[in-house]
Ligand binder design. Structure first.
Ligand code: BTN
Length: 237
């Protein structure tokens, strides 16, 4: 099982950038960069990730034996770990669900973001979880653990997350992507539900038809089945 070594920073530009620097200097598998706040937090599709104190921001250097082509699979591994960690901190009636590709939602609001990036022969897995507050000024509904009635500190959320991540990474390394894909599907939008997918300035509307073997989104549209590797998904409508 992976052993984590946490390096803590009060304030940093982006934990993903710092983890990339450390990886280039040879930092081992399991090195964790954790910051109390980020001044240049990055999200998917070149977006900003607002990172005030009170939430969890960390990035992990991973050097899995698997080929670089499997980087996208890590995002699904991470989403399962985040969902388990968040569930453990929420009141019993609340439960995290998953939205393609790697969003974790509670009460329909995004509570965490995941950014997996290839850096040479390492993968940098960046995770942000809204613990105390959901940032404003974003164009989608957001949630936080405390806002949903949960009890959590940032360090407590970090420790839960790392324990859950060690568990799901173990499953992935030993049994491959198939069990990850199955577990992800069990917590995601049901097959047949309506999804709107934004691909740059184009929109595709269709019914969710599952995940391809590599994690690509399968969408049944009036024009046939589409295979989508990058985009933004809205459920319903
Ligand atoms: C998303 O767009 O949903 C992904 C957001 C990822 C944010 C995390 S916070 C820790 C790490 N450092 C960054 O700059 N980004 C990731």
């Amino acid at each position: 099982m992976i052993a984590f070594q946490v390096r803590h920073y009060d304030n940093i530009g982006s934990t993903n950038d710092e983890a990339q620097r450390l990886a280039a200097d040879g930092a081992p598998h399991g090195t964790v960069v954790h910051a109390d706040e980020q001044t240049s937090g990055r999200g998917r599709l070149s977006r900003r990730w607002l990172s005030p104190p009170g939430n969890l921001y960390l990035s992990i250097v991973l050097r899995p034996g698997a080929a670089a082509a499997r980087t996208p699979e890590i995002g699904f591994v991470a989403a399962l770990a985040v969902a388990d960690a968040v569930d453990a901190l929420l009141p019993r009636h609340a439960r995290a669900s998953l939205k393609w590709p790697n969003d974790v939602l509670v009460n329909d609001g995004k509570i965490a973001g995941i950014l997996a990036e290839q850096a040479g022969d390492a993968i940098i897995l960046g995770i942000g979880i809204d613990v105390l507050q959901a940032p404003g000024g974003v164009p989608h509904k957001v949630s936080s653990i405390v806002g949903c009635g949960g009890l959590a500190t940032v360090d407590g959320a970090r420790d839960r997350l790392l324990a859950a991540l060690a568990n799901w990474l173990d499953v992935w390394e030993h049994d491959g992507f198939a069990p990850i894909r199955m577990a992800w599907l069990a917590r995601a939008h049901p097959a047949g539900s309506t999804l709107n997918v934004q691909l740059g300035d184009r929109f595709l509307n269709g019914r969710f038809a599952g995940l391809d073997d590599d994690g690509a989104l399968l969408l049944d549209t009036p024009d046939g089945r589409s295979r989508i590797v990058a985009g933004d998904v809205q459920t319903g409508g």
